[in-house]
Each structure stands twice: as structure tokens, then as C-alpha cells.
Write a protein that binds this ligand. Structure first.
Ligand SMILES: Cc1cc2nc3c(=O)[nH]c(=O)nc-3n(C[C@H](O)[C@H](O)[C@H](O)COP(=O)(O)OP(=O)(O)OC[C@H]3O[C@@H](n4cnc5c(N)ncnc54)[C@H](O)[C@@H]3O)c2cc1C
Length: 338
């Protein structure tokens, strides 16, 4: 196990804000998990488990330890004529996993191409994009309970998946270190093309009956156009969740704001476009100090160079207040704020 004292986290978070961890542990093998248990009494109040750092905002130093799970590996657990049950170690890069699965002739996660981060973090907020969520293919998650070192399997229903939500975001899971995820992938490709212009993109690529790889290519092209690249401009993707309101509230809002995009959901609820709300309040492309709202996408907050986490949070708070004043809607943040 690698250990570092007073480690900079600047290159370990996609906002590229400066913060330090009193101790940093890098786990690369099964033995490292045991070594960590012997050395650290994990305290979720002061210690932090980190994947690729693409869904967190660091506004202060970490007083305790940061644990980087970098254990990699993939193995097929079960296969049939139609599906494959794949076990993936948490340290695998998510996008590399998508590309690898396509090379094996497996589909199911092609719409989730180019989402940064590690496989182990994917269940945390039930990553989703272009009409697909991790929950659609996830079979179970293996976690190490940091209180006693025991490993347990958490099945799909125990994961309590929702929109950008899972059990792993709740207090009940604060001692859980995700070590593996199991995905049920398909040998027969079922395209999901209805969301956010994938079919239009395929049209423009001259493709009529796409393969899973071509859907992945289309998603990558759209994302490269729409989202700032975190390796160039610090960001954490969408900073706010799309607000979910009751059906009656959505109808009232739609009467008042005819252009508001509303996506009906189950149980007479509806998702509203947070990006539209933010644009209406004039924030797109606006800066506050060294933090700004991307001029490519109103949901994305960016570090224009030397932003502190606090500056980015101040901008987020100012946006939240103006949405609350104008639409009486409380925006919720997507990344974990520390
Ligand atoms: C440009 C860009 C685009 C994005 N697009 C999308 C998108 O389309 N859809 C989407 O859903 N997200 C998107 N995201 C957000 C982000 O990529 C995902 O949430 C991703 O799953 C985070 O992975 P990570 O490894 O970077 O997690 P981190 O940021 O390192 O961690 C996120 C949370 O998970 C916890 N965690 C991480 N690993 C473990 C583990 N092994 N065990 C226990 N807890 C753990 C951390 O403590 C933290 O609370 C985007 C981000 C960026 C920068």
C-alpha cells in the first residue's frame, strides 16, 4: 500500500481545486485492504474514499485520510446465450470499461460513454446519461464494511436506486467501501436512441441501423461538443440535479413558463430542466471571481484557472438563491461537497 503525508489533492479532483489530505493511502491489491484496516480506524467524519474525483467539490483540507481504491480487474462470473454477468473492480476507469465491453460484443452501457471516474463510484449516484442509468444493468455491489472488515454483497433492490441517488449516498452506507460492481450485459444489442438527440447525431453520421459501438461514438461526439473537457477546464459535469416536482406543480409552472422543458416521470411527478432555469436567470457564461457557469452548458460550473472550492460553492449558492427567488424551486447539488 502506498502512503503519502500532507498530499495535494489538486490532480485528484476534476475541478482541479487545491486542497490537502493529512494522509493519503493508495490501494492496489487485496493485501492493501487488510493493511489499511490495520493502520486506519476509518472515520467518515474526517476520512474520504475517492475514485476519480469527478463528482466532488473540495472546499477545505481533509483532516484525516483520503483512500484511493485503485484495484483493477474484470472477470466473467456467468454467461448464457443472451447475457454475461461481469464483475468489475472498483478502481477500473468507467469509460475504458464501456469501450472494453463493446470490444467483447457486449452492450448495455454504451449510452454511458465518456462519463469520467471509476467503476466503483458509478453506483453512488446511479450514473445516468442519454436515457440509461447504471441501475438498468447493475446486478449487485460488493462492499467492504470499514467497521469490521467484512465484505457483503448488496443486491439491486438493496441499492435503493433513484434519480442520481442510491443507498450509498445515505448515512446507512457511510462505512462502506465499494470494492466491486457486477453488471449484467447483453450479447444482443437493444438500441436506446430516443433521448437527447442520439438518433439525430447518428443521422448526421449517415447511420441508419447503428451498432452499440456506433451509439457509443454518437454519445462521445455529442458530449465532446456539449461539455467542457475536465482535463482542460476544471469542472464536475452537471453541478445541479434536475428538480423533480409533483405533476400539478409542473402543470402550474408550464402554464406560467410555456417554454420550460418538463419530462413526465412515474407517480405523477415530473423532472424540470435545471439548465433552462439557470439560463432564464441569466447565469450561462457568467463568472464570479475565478468560478463561472460554462458558456457551453448552463448546468456546468467551471474553474476558470485559480478558483478555490469556496469560490465555486459561492457561485453555486448565488445561482440557487436566484432560482429560488424567481421560480420558488430549491436546486439540489449533484457532486459531494466537502
Ligand atoms: C465532464 C463530466 C461529465 C459528467 N457527466 C456525467 C453524466 O453524464 N452522468 C452522471 O451520472 N455523472 C456525470 N459526471 C459525474 C461523475 O463523472 C460521476 O458521478 C462518476 O461516477 C464519479 O466517479 P469518480 O470515480 O470520479 O467519483 P468521485 O468523485 O471520486 O467520488 C464521488 C463519490 O463517490 C464516493 N466514492 C468513490 N469511490 C468509492 C468507493 N470505491 N467506495 C465508496 N465510495 C466511493 C466518494 O466518496 C464521493 O462521495 C460527470 C463529471 C464530469 C467531470
Amino acid at each position: 500500500m502506498k502512503r503519502f503525508d500532507n498530499a495535494s489533492l489538486k490532480h485528484l479532483n476534476s475541478f482541479a481545486v487545491e486542497a490537502h489530505a493529512r494522509r493519503l493511502f493508495v490501494l492496489e491489491s487485496e493485501n492493501d485492504f487488510q493493511a489499511l484496516q490495520a493502520e486506519l480506524k476509518f472515520n467518515p467524519a474526517t476520512d474520504l474514499i475517492l475514485g476519480g474525483g469527478s463528482n466532488i467539490l473540495l472546499t477545505k483540507n481533509i483532516d484525516g485520510a483520503v483512500i484511493l481504491n485503485r484495484m483493477t480487474g474484470k472477470r466473467i462470473i456467468e454467461e448464457s446465450a443472451d447475457t454475461v454477468l461481469l464483475e468489475v473492480s472498483a478502481g477500473e476507469n468507467w469509460h475504458d470499461l464501456v469501450l472494453w465491453s463493446l470490444e467483447q460484443g457486449l452492450s448495455g452501457i454504451e449510452n454511458l460513454s465518456l462519463i469520467p471516474g471509476c467503476a466503483g463510484a458509478a453506483p453512488m449516484q446511479n450514473i445516468g446519461a442519454y436515457g440509461v442509468e447504471l441501475a438498468d444493468v447493475l446486478d449487485s455491489v460488493r462492499v467492504l464494511d470499514m467497521t469490521d472488515g467484512n465484505s457483503i454483497d448488496v443486491n439491486h433492490s438493496q441499492c435503493q436506486f433513484g434519480y442520481r441517488h442510491s443507498r450509498f449516498k445515505t448515512v446507512a452506507a457511510r462505512y462502506d467501501l465499494i470494492t466491486h460492481i457486477r453488471l449484467r450485459l447483453h450479447r444482443n444489442f437493444i438500441p436506446r436512441l430516443t433521448y437527447a438527440g442520439i438518433d439525430k447525431e447518428l443521422d448526421s453520421m449517415g447511420i441508419d441501423k447503428p451498432t452499440a459501438k456506433q451509439v457509443s461514438d454518437a454519445v462521445i461526439r455529442i458530449r465532446r461538443r456539449k461539455l467542457p473537457d475536465p482535463s482542460v477546464t476544471g469542472n464536475a459535469g452537471s453541478f445541479f440535479k434536475n428538480p423533480v416536482v409533483s405533476g400539478s406543480r409542473a402543470r402550474l409552472l408550464k402554464n406560467e413558463f410555456a417554454k420550460l422543458p418538463v419530462y413526465p416521470m412515474n407517480n405523477d411527478t415530473a423532472k424540470l430542466s435545471a439548465a433552462w432555469l439557470i439560463e432564464q436567470c441569466g447565469w450561462k457564461g457568467q463568472a464570479m471571481g475565478n468560478a463561472a457557469v460554462s458558456d457551453q452548458h448552463a448546468l456546468v460550473l467551471i474553474n476558470t484557472g485559480k478558483a478555490t472550492g469556496r469560490e465555486i460553492l459561492d457561485l453555486a449558492d448565488a445561482i440557487g438563491e436566484s432560482i429560488k427567488r424567481r421560480f420558488d424551486i430549491q436546486l439540489q447539488t449533484e457532486p459531494q461537497i466537502l
